[in-house]
Design a protein around this ligand. Structure first.
Ligand SMILES: Cc1ncc(COP(=O)(O)O)c(C=O)c1O
Length: 402
C-alpha cells in the first residue's frame, strides 16, 4: 500500500480533498480507506524491527507503524490529505484545535522565551498564552491585529513565535499574511497562524511564507459537527520537535476521527464555496436592514480587512458577526425568533449556528467587563451552514421584524 503521491503533489483543491492521502490498492480492494482500529503493530522478525527503528531514528516514517501514540494508517491518510490541501510538507492530527495550539506553543517555546500574539482571537487560546504559559516562565505581548508597528516593537531578543488567527474571531479581521511572514523572516522568528476560519480553500498561509498553521478540524475540515480534532502543518524539519513532543504528551487523535475527517474533507470545496456565497448574500442583506446596527464580514467593502482579503483570499468565508439595534433583551428576542439556525457555540459545519458571545463564550464576565474586551450585549455571531441562503435570509427577515 502506498499513499497517492501524484494527487498529493499536483491536485487542485477538490481533487486533493477526495484523493490525497488515500492508499492504492486498499485492503480487500475496497474503495474507501479502512479504519485501522489497533493500538499496536507487529514486526515479522527482529531484522524487520531493527530496520524500522533505524528508519524511524533518521526521520518520520508514515507507511509503517510501531505503536498507536506514534502513528496510525487511517490517521496518516487524513494527515496526508490535509497536508496536500495546505501545500504543506507534513501535517499532524491531534485531539482538538486547542491541542494543536497548546502542543505547538509548548514544544516551540523554551522557558524564558516570549510570544507575540494578535488580540481578536479564540478566547481559550488567549487564556492559554496569557495565563498558562507564565507557569513555564514564558512571556507574552498582545498587539492589535493588523498593527504592524506594534507587532515590531513588541518583539524582544527572546521572542520565538509571532501568532495570529485569520480571519479572527468574532470580528473577522484579516491579517496581511505576506507582511506577517516577512516580519518573521526578517527578525528570525517563527510565524504561526490559526487558519481555522480561512480553510485551505480560501487561503493557504504557507504559500505566503508562514511557517506553521494550526486548525480546529472540529470546524470546516470535519464539517458536520460530529467530531473534535486539530491539525498542525508545515515543513517536516520545523515540525519535528512538535511531533516528538506529542509522542510524549500523548494527546493524539484516533482512527475513527480520522475516518470522519477523510470523509468530511471530501466535500470541503463544495461546502466552502456554498458558505462563501451564503456569507456574502446574508451579510449584504443584514447590512441593508434597518434593525441591524453594524455587520462585520470581510466580503463587505465597509469591513477594515476587505482590501487584504480580496487580494490574498479566494473567498470571504462563512462566518459573520453583527449587532442588533437595541440591547440584550432585543437581541435575545431576535435569536429566539429564528427557526433555522441552532443556538450553539461552534461553527463551520453543515448546520447554521448562532452564538451570543456575551452570554455564552464570555458568560463569566459582567456586561461592563464584556464591553471592555469588545463584546457588547447586542453582538451576534452567525456561522453559516450549507442551507439555501434564500431560506436563511427569509428566516433572518422574519426574526428581525418580530
Ligand atoms: C479559531 C479557533 N481556534 C481554535 C479553536 C479550538 O478548537 P477545538 O474546539 O477543536 O479545540 C476554536 C474553537 O472554537 C476556534 O474557533
Amino acid at each position: 500500500m502506498t499513499h497517492n503521491p501524484t494527487i498529493q503533489e499536483n491536485g487542485l483543491p477538490s481533487t486533493c480533498s477526495v484523493h490525497a492521502g488515500e492508499t492504492r490498492p486498499k485492503p480487500g480492494h475496497a474503495l474507501i480507506d479502512p479504519i485501522f482500529q489497533t493500538s499496536t503493530y507487529t514486526f515479522d522478525n527482529m531484522a524487520d524491527a531493527v530496520t524500522y527503528q533505524e528508519a524511524h531514528n533518521k526521520g518520520h516514517v508514515d507507511d509503517r507503524f510501531e505503536y498507536g501514540r506514534y502513528g496510525n494508517p487511517t490517521v496518516a491518510a487524513s494527515e496526508a490529505r490535509l497536508a496536500a490541501l495546505e501545500n504543506a510538507e507534513t501535517a499532524i492530527q491531534v485531539a482538538s484545535g486547542m491541542a494543536a495550539l497548546t502542543f505547538t506553543f509548548l514544544s516551540m517555546l523554551p522557558s524564558g522565551s516570549h510570544i507575540v500574539m494578535t488580540d481578536d482571537s479564540y478566547r481559550r487560546t488567549r487564556q492559554f498564552v496569557e495565563e498558562h504559559l507564565k507557569k513555564f516562565n514564558i512571556g507574552c505581548t498582545v498587539v492589535p491585529l493588523g498593527d504592524f508597528a506594534a507587532l515590531e516593537s513588541a518583539i524582544r531578543p527572546e521572542t520565538r513565535i509571532l501568532f495570529s488567527e485569520t480571519p479572527s474571531n468574532p470580528y473577522l479581521y484579516i491579517l496581511d499574511v505576506e507582511r506577517f511572514a516577512e516580519v518573521g523572516q526578517r527578525r528570525g522568528i517563527l510565524t504561526v497562524i490559526d487558519a481555522t476560519f480561512s480553510t485551505p480553500i480560501n487561503l493557504r498561509p504557507l504559500d505566503w511564507g508562514i511557517d506553521i498553521i494550526t486548525h480546529s478540524a472540529t470546524k470546516y475540515l470535519g464539517g458536520h459537527h460530529d467530531l473534535l480534532a486539530g491539525f498542525i502543518a508545515g515543513k517536516e524539519k520545523v515540525l519535528k520537535p512538535v511531533r516528538d513532543y506529542i509522542g510524549i504528551l500523548g494527546g493524539i487523535s484516533d482512527p475513527n476521527t480520522a475516518y470522519l475527517l477523510l470523509r468530511g474533507m471530501k466535500t470541503l470545496g463544495l461546502r466552502i464555496r456554498q458558505q462563501n456565497a451564503s456569507g456574502q448574500a446574508v451579510a449584504e442583506f443584514l447590512a441593508s436592514h434597518p434593525a441591524v446596527e453594524q455587520v462585520w464580514y470581510p466580503g463587505l467593502k465597509t469591513h477594515p480587512g476587505h482590501e487584504i482579503a480580496a487580494r490574498q483570499m479566494k473567498g470571504f468565508g462563512g462566518v459573520l458577526s453583527f449587532t442588533i439595534k437595541g440591547g440584550r433583551q432585543e437581541t435575545f428576542r431576535f435569536i429566539d425568533a429564528l427557526q433555522i439556525p441552532h443556538i450553539s457555540p461552534s461553527l463551520g459545519g453543515t448546520e447554521s449556528l448562532l452564538l451570543h458571545p456575551a452570554s455564552m463564550a464570555y458568560s463569566d464576565l459582567t456586561a461592563e467587563q464584556c464591553l471592555q474586551v469588545g463584546i457588547p450585549q447586542n453582538l451576534v455571531r452567525f456561522s453559516l451552514g450549507i442551507e439555501d441562503p434564500e431560506d436563511l435570509i427569509a428566516d433572518l427577515a422574519q426574526a428581525l421584524n418580530t
